[in-house]
Design a protein around this ligand. Structure first.
Ligand code: Z5A
Length: 215
């Protein structure tokens, strides 16, 4: 486990609104990196396979109700429970391509506008996790993603709420973000993703330092 400079895998995160194509692009990027001989795996958050993840799933499919703070802390805990494994894989030169991460954690809760769940509070509970080397933000309007199949079945899948989430994501952007138009074809988007991701993977393998949230 090291935040210092040594050859390691990259942490590449896909973020964006619901149904913007994150999962599709994560898969394609992992396939591409593997075909180049890079050790890469795909993860997603929430990880619904753990007991915390199962509680999150029940909440998302509206089988349970939770206080907003509890929901927020569970999403964060679902990442924290994978922290050691993430760091172990990165140290072992495995690149992690992750479908949603702490940036979603902050954006979705902050978008609720609950006074005691400010953006600063939301960020604070993610401290201790590695920062992404690259956040690929799949940019698409909430109206356009709503037109894609499968939208509307889970708790947050409502256009007015997704618009607030997009605003919250905007406030989180920094120099590690690449904003990619998610309304093109799957292959066009993949080419743009590869162009930003490949140099980041190479830099990590060459020993670039792993950052910490939210340094
Ligand atoms: N959440 C949170 O509140 N706090 C947190 O900390 C985290 C998450 C981590 C579940 O996340 C919810 O949890 C989510 C945020 C919240 N709520 N919302 N909204 P999730 O990641 O499990 O759910 P999701 O965002 O809804 O993911 P998804 O449905 O898997 O969507 P996606 O991965 O972005 O898209 P996709 O599966 O790749 O594609 C969707 C469809 O579009 C599919 O039919 C594709 O074939 C099609 N598609 C993909 N790309 C294209 C292009 N380029 N053109 C046309 N069609 C396309």
């Amino acid at each position: 486990v090291s935040y210092g400079q040594s050859s390691r895998g990259a942490l590449i995160v896909f973020e964006g609104g619901d149904r913007c194509g994150k999962t599709t692009q994560c898969r394609k990027l992992v396939e591409r990196l593997r075909s180049q001989g890079v050790d890469a795996v795909m993860w997603r958050f929430p990880d619904r396979s753990t007991s915390i993840g199962q509680a999150i799933n029940a909440y998302l499919v509206e089988q349970s109700h939770m206080d907003d703070a509890v929901a927020h802390l569970l999403f964060a805990a679902n990442r924290m429970e994978k922290r050691e494994e993430m760091l172990r894989l990165l140290s072992g030169r495995t690149t992690l391509v992750v479908d949603r991460y702490s940036y979603s954690g902050v954006a979705y809760t902050a978008a609720k506008g609950v006074p005691h769940l400010s953006m600063d509070y939301c960020r604070a509970v993610e401290v201790g996790l590695p920062a992404a080397d690259l956040v690929i933000f799949m940019d698409m309007t909430a109206e356009a993603t709503a037109a894609r199949g499968g939208y509307g079945q889970e708790r947050y899948e409502k256009v007015d709420f997704q618009q607030k989430v997009m605003k919250a994501f905007e406030a989180l952007r920094d120099e590690r973000w690449a904003v990619i138009d998610a309304s093109g074809t799957i292959d066009d988007i993949h080419q743009k993703v590869a162009a930003v991701a490949e140099p980041v993977v190479q830099r990590a393998l060459a020993g670039s330092a792993l950052g910490r949230l939210w340094d």
